[in-house]
Ligand binder design. Structure first.
Ligand code: HEC
Ligand code: HEC
Length: 275
């Protein structure tokens, strides 16, 4: 009986799974194709213009941009910018996958910039990537990838969140005040991306925890608080008479007084002044 029931149950389960699966697939299908031009008009044209050629004082022309820079700014949450007076920053991604693809295609038609490079870090030469990184990138992003201010109120960001594809995009696009590096071979892009991904983010746990984690900070804070408690008590004890003279209300505090002016305060003050 169980010999018969088991295959039957299996078949029934399989039937339910395939039924649910096909139901989910057809449920997702009818979503409308996203119109990139329309989305650009509502989301981007206030700063870049309907034609993408820029708006004085709000956003630059996208003529020198392309699919790589559009994909980069949308997937790192840099665009749409909230304000125009600061550098674009990594932030939450604002669009669905279909919307990103449509916007990237639209910006690709406006501009003449490069397409997204195909980055493959599997089997890349990490030590060559490290050499190229130190020569070309460390001046701004520093050796650990933690980033640093580069002047003019601009900041070279921490690289630990960037995906290998984003590293490749940033190198050929030169976002914001980062220079464009057009001289690298495709293999060299892979090597640099692999170095940043493996050496900076994965293996070097000390740099990751130093810049990403809260461990050492929390420990330091605990040490500070432990050292501060007796110190504060000591200064309060030593400082009491003096505090009383400079701020009569404060002197009343530690005595359990509520700080309201009273006859007691008056006598205390006059006692202190007379000594
Ligand atoms: C509030 C204004 C504003 C909005 C809205 C906005 N942008 Fe931008 N965008 C800017 C500014 C300013 C820059 C220049 C940033 C810089 O130099 O750091 C810029 C730069 C860019 C760049 C070039 C990136 C680079 O540094 O190489 C692209 C591509 C871009 N925007 C695409 C878009 C898209 C697509 C949208 C709509 C989803 C959008 N922007 C919405 C203001 C805006
Ligand atoms: C002159 C300084 C400078 C140099 C040199 C430089 N960068 Fe940058 N980099 C920047 C700045 C500034 C930004 C922020 C751009 C913006 O405003 O969006 C940036 C952004 C990036 C980002 C995006 C990070 C993120 O999480 O959003 C990556 C990845 C990156 N750079 C990689 C590189 C690599 C790899 C090199 C070397 C080939 C390099 N950079 C060289 C200044 C520099």
């Amino acid at each position: 009986m169980t010999l018969v029931a088991a295959p039957l149950a299996l078949a029934a389960a399989f039937g339910i799974v395939t039924f649910l699966g096909s139901g989910a697939a057809t449920g997702a299908a009818p979503s409308e194709p996203v119109d990139g031009a329309e989305l650009f008009a509502t989301q981007c044209s206030s700063c870049h213009g309907l034609d993408g050629l820029g708006v004085e004082g709000r956003g630059p022309t996208l003529e020198p941009e392309g699919e790589a820079s559009a994909d980069f700014v949308l997937r790192t949450g840099r665009m749409p910018m909230a304000t125009t007076d600061r550098q674009a920053h990594r932030g939450p991604v604002r669009y669905s996958e279909e919307e990103i693809v449509a916007l990237v295609e639209h910006v690709g038609m406006i501009g003449s910039g490069p397409d997204t490079p195909n980055i493959e870090i599997e089997g890349a030469d990490v030590s060559n990537g490290g050499e190229l990184y130190r020569l070309n990138c460390a001046a701004c992003h520093v050796a650990s990838g933690a980033g640093a201010p580069i002047g003019g109120g601009r900041q070279a960001p921490n690289l630990l969140e960037a995906t290998p594809t984003e590293v490749g995009q940033a190198i050929i696009v030169g976002p914001g005040s980062m220079p464009v590096f057009s001289e690298f071979e495709p293999q060299e892009l892979n090597d640099i991306a692999a170095y940043i991904h493996e050496a900076l983010t994965d293996d070097d746990t000390t740099s990751a925890s130093r810049f990403g984690g809260a461990g050492p900070v929390a420990e330091g804070l605990a040490a500070w608080i432990l050292a501060l408690i007796p110190l504060v008590a000591l200064t309060r004890w030593i400082g009491r008479p003096k505090d009383g003279r400079d701020h009569p209300e404060d002197a009343a505090g530690p005595d359990g007084d509520d700080g309201e002016p009273s006859i007691d305060d008056g006598t205390e003050d006059s006692e202190l002044v007379s000594t």
